[in-house]
Ligand binder design. Sequence first.
Ligand code: SF4
Length: 319
Amino acid sequence: MSQKILEVKNLTKYFKAGGKQVVHAVDNVSFSLEKGKTLGLVGESGCGKSSCARTVIRLYDPTSGQIILDGQDITHMRQKELQPIRKKMQMIFQDPYASLNARMTVRDIIAEPLIAHHIIRKKAEADEYVFPMLERMGLSKEHANRYAHEFSGGQRQRVGIARALILQPELVICDEPISALDVSIQAQVINLLKDYQEEKGLSYLFIAHDLSMVRYVSDDIGVMYLGQLVETSTSEELYSHPLHPYTKGLMDSVPVADPKLARQKEKSSIEGDIPSPINPPSGCRFHTRCPYATEACSAQMPDMKEAAPGHWVACHLYE
Ligand code: SF4
């Protein structure tokens, strides 16, 4: 029987935006992730995927809902209680330059979590852990004494990944880990993450706005729009039979090499900007941009329905 590393139930995260205004960043989102698997969360920027990830890892306190990590409810744990839990759950950030301390050597950056979690007592003990991890990340022990600014973007992200993996977490939240990298480097970093997953059996929650790369890394995919999940299924099923008009629009905006096909895709991709999460549209939040919208769409929010085995979609077209 499969075991779940993460269960997220009806998770909601609102932020105050001055006065009585509230940003509906994450609204009633539910999903689960099996051990050793990858769940991709995709959507345009501003769709709430990063807020969702940061709430799951408890960088933000949830407004409501439940977060269960490896069978343990962590929703309302205080920071002190969370300390031992953080060892199990780590994060890789989008911008490795911003997330690495410029004044610390790579050795100290990677060793910092080991000291914080009392795995080693002093920096002098770090090399035993840091050197093999640097080598595992395609770097070498000679890199340990250097500073982040001395590396290329791809190398810096490898250091960021090494820092996240040094504690041997069970769940890693990858928040757009390749978006800031050159296309030529992206595949290398993805392969590194995939190889490590195969070796250690860890699980990834992989956040991205680009559907093409998410397809390659994910077993399952959740598509988010304006704080809500609108479609979930296995990666294979989603790419072969996308159902939600928003998912189809996202697929159409994936770049293709053939100029004729690219022109056709441009015509059918989503128009307009994502509305403000402060005052989201009534009913189906996608109705202001959806080519199939009817009156019912602005009046009533569609529920998630299982349109095919394991394939869930929130759209009145499939009721
Ligand atoms: Fe479009 Fe209506 Fe479906 Fe929303 S519910 S995606 S507006 S057809």
